[in-house]
Design a protein around this ligand. Structure first.
Ligand SMILES: Cc1cc2nc3c(=O)[nH]c(=O)nc-3n(C[C@H](O)[C@H](O)[C@H](O)COP(=O)(O)OP(=O)(O)OC[C@H]3O[C@@H](n4cnc5c(N)ncnc54)[C@H](O)[C@@H]3O)c2cc1C
Length: 287
């Protein structure tokens, strides 16, 4: 039995865990991927108060160090559902808590025809190392894409950069670096319409040329959306799938809170996610 079960180790969940541990609560922090959430791959964060310009990775690393310093740890299991009796069902266990804090954030929108296909990645830093010495394609444009390309260019043998527009967008310095890479072919006014794959990715099919044989495909341009279908039966959601809350963080079920980007709110940032986390951990003390 836990005092508080937290679902998600992004900025909101990590902050809630730090506050709860400092209040001597028995905490279970569940995470389905690597910790850190959306901010982990962001190369420049300028607006987290008290922390001069830094990377998302550094902010999360500091939060993880702080969590550890209070005896906290992360349990790596995906939450599949919760009950109104505050049971949390994961891929491998069922846990019970006095309170549940939902901090599952947002997830990247996936491209339908790529769903379930092998060797498709939405995270260069997470998966780049699997393609050492191989040929890959990267889809996207803009600063995030260019940074991912520069990172991957040190690992792979060749990159096909698939760009829908007729030119690259982003910081001039990044555009120049990418354009001068020795191991890149940039295909402008091009999109992927399908892939050939069985056990592994064989090739990608482009709108305006033959197939390209590649070992991996990195999607670096995407949107974000809530993924709250697992709470559908119990927790009230708005028409876009965000969790409806009242007084900031209270859901329609007593003892279940929703914090960070997953809830209906005006501003989705690290500072507001952290603020929600501090509040939920403090108020749940009263349960
Ligand atoms: C490209 C980009 C740049 C940004 N730049 C800035 C910036 O400069 N400054 C700023 O303040 N904010 C920025 N943000 C916004 C900021 O990243 C978010 O507001 C913040 O990450 C929200 O934190 P969160 O903990 O609510 O959710 P998330 O960061 O989404 O974390 C949720 C966590 O829950 C986990 N999870 C989800 N479902 C489950 C499940 N079923 N079981 C277990 N775990 C689960 C996820 O794996 C994830 O680790 C940026 C966002 C993006 C995408």
């Amino acid at each position: 039995m836990y005092d508080i079960i937290i679902i998600g180790a992004g900025p909101a969940g990590l902050t809630a865990a730090i506050y709860a541990l400092r209040a001597n609560k028995k905490v279970l922090l569940l995470e389905k991927n690597m910790p850190g959430g959306q901010i982990i791959n962001v190369s420049k964060v300028d607006n987290y108060p008290g922390v001069p310009s830094t990377t998302g990775f550094n902010i999360i690393q500091n939060m993880l160090n702080q969590l550890e310093s209070f005896g906290g740890e992360i349990t790596y299991e995906e939450v599949l559902s919760i009950t109104k009796d505050k049971e949390v069902i994961t891929t491998s266990n069922t846990y019970k808590g006095n309170t549940i804090i939902i901090a599952n954030g947002l997830e990247k929108t996936k491209i339908d025809f790529l769903e379930g296909k092998p060797n498709i990645s939405y995270c260069a830093i997470c998966d780049g190392a699997f393609y050492r010495g191989k040929t890959i394609a990267v889809v996207g444009n803009g600063d995030n894409t260019l940074e991912d390309v520069l990172y991957l260019s040190d690992i792979v043998s060749h990159i096909y950069l698939i760009v829908k527009a007729s030119k690259l967008f982003g910081k001039e310095e990044l555009i120049n670096k990418v354009s001068n890479l020795q191991n890149i072919t940039i295909l402008y006014e091009t999109s992927i319409i399908d892939v050939n794959a069985s056990n592994k990715l064989e090739s990608i099919i482009l709108n305006n040329s033959d197939n390209l044989n590649v070992d991996g495909l990195f999607i670096t341009t995407y949107g974000y959306k809530p993924n709250n279908s697992i709470f559908n039966d119990l927790i009230e959601l708005d028409e876009k799938g965000f969790i409806k809350t009242h007084n900031g963080i209270y859901t329609n079920i007593d003892g279940i809170y929703a914090i960070g980007d997953t809830r209906v709110k005006e501003l989705r940032q690290i500072v507001t996610a952290a603020s929600d986390g501090a509040l939920a951990a403090t108020l749940s003390n009263k349960n």
